[in-house]
Write a protein that binds this ligand. Structure first.
Ligand SMILES: Nc1ncnc2c1ncn2[C@@H]1O[C@H](COP(=O)(O)OP(=O)(O)OP(=O)(O)O)[C@@H](O)[C@H]1O
Length: 331
């Protein structure tokens, strides 16, 4: 099936977050530029979870930070709930950003080691809503700690170093929920946890998003994990989107982008391990984002690559309903 001419972006009014043509570059030695994110567009509907998957260095965390304007992208539009972040004053941006809460991979590093759990969970609210009702704040803190599976009475006065990695990650989630966000951005938040704790956290996230009506961007290098929690998935390769698909498409006998095939072939595997090159010709490392390949960025590792792939960049086209693939060779 040739492209239908439809894009993978949905109608503007139906989405919570709409990101268009996001570009992020970093300065590098000798006046060169790292092309970390090169023209990525996507949207997230209210209460939808969109997974972002791709190997280390493909730009997932950069997308997360650019969405939050931490810092602002080099170019592109980030529109949250009909507000374009790029048009806001610094003060208004800080206020608007509260609706998006970002949770990082390393919970120990992202929690202030000198603050007790109760203070860590409350501090965001204290900054934004000074002079609020102290008792109500404490009650909500206890409620959220219990909600994320911690015994609030036990952890109340503990410091991060007195908790396990999984418990710290639960504190990070409670802390984010305290701000009543509409979008939770989870950046590799399971990567440092044991496999058994990972599955508890996935269940917690699913329950939490249902109870709080949250939309989520869920970022991971592990397609198995992303598949478990997402409604739709963006497969990223070297700063670009290779494929967008509804999660059910992963269980159908269907053709994917060759890079998605590579990811599928490497599931399941030990978390944190580098992707095993299971597609012929894919055994090389990710090319440098300082000097990405011309045309299709995946061509240097792709078993299907031809001259056309070097000359012409493939665009995301709807190959099957709800499945958009950027590849000259997938029909
Ligand atoms: N502040 C920075 N300065 C220079 N280069 C950067 C910076 N941040 C990220 N990069 C580069 O941008 C590219 C994308 O990095 P990013 O961290 O977004 O990838 P990722 O997919 O999230 O990988 P990981 O899972 O390892 O974090 C990488 O080549 C990285 O080295």
């Amino acid at each position: 099936m040739a492209g239908t001419g439809k894009t993978h972006l949905r109608e503007a009014g139906s989405t919570l977050l709409r990101v268009e043509d996001l570009q992020v570059e970093f300065p590098a030695k000798g006046g060169r530029r790292v092309h970390a994110v090169s023209g990525i567009s996507f949207d997230v509907a209210p209460a939808e979870t969109v997974g972002f998957v791709g190997e280390s260095g493909c730009g997932k965390s950069t997308v997360a930070r650019a969405v939050m304007h931490l810092p602002a992208p080099n170019s592109g539009v980030v529109n949250l709930d009909d507000t374009e972040l790029g048009s806001l004053s610094a003060k208004k941006l800080r206020e608007t950003r509260v609706a998006m809460q970002l949770i990082f991979q390393d919970p120990m590093a992202s929690l202030n080691p000198r603050r007790k759990v109760k203070d860590l969970v409350q501090e965001g609210v204290e900054i934004w809503h000074r002079g609020g009702d102290r008792r109500a704040l404490e009650e909500r803190t206890r409620e959220l700690l219990d909600d994320v599976g911690l015994d609030s009475a036990t952890v109340w006065n503990r410091y991060p170093h007195e908790l396990s990695g999984g418990q710290c990650q639960r504190v990070s989630i409670a802390r984010a929920l305290m701000m009543r966000p509409s979008l939770l951005i989870c950046d590799e938040i399971l990567a440092s946890l044991d496999v058994s704790v990972q599955s508890q956290m996935l269940n917690l996230l699913k329950r939490t998003r249902a109870e709080h009506g949250l939309a989520m961007m869920f970022i991971s290098h592990d397609l198995g994990v992303v598949k478990n929690i997402s409604d739709r998935i963006l497969v990223m390769y070297l700063g670009k989107v290779a494929e967008v698909l509804e999660v059910e498409a992963l269980d159908r006998e269907t053709v994917h982008h060759p890079y998605t095939q590579l990811l599928l072939a490497s599931v399941p595997r030990v978390t944190g391990e580098r992707i095993k090159p299971s597609v012929a010709g894919a055994a090389q490392d990710l090319p440098s984002p300082l000097n990405p390949p011309s045309g299709c960025r995946f061509r240097t590792r792709c078993p299907l690559a031809t001259d056309r792939c070097a000359q012409q960049e493939p665009q995301l086209e709807e190959k099957r309903p709800g499945q958009f693939i950027a590849c000259h060779h997938v029909s």
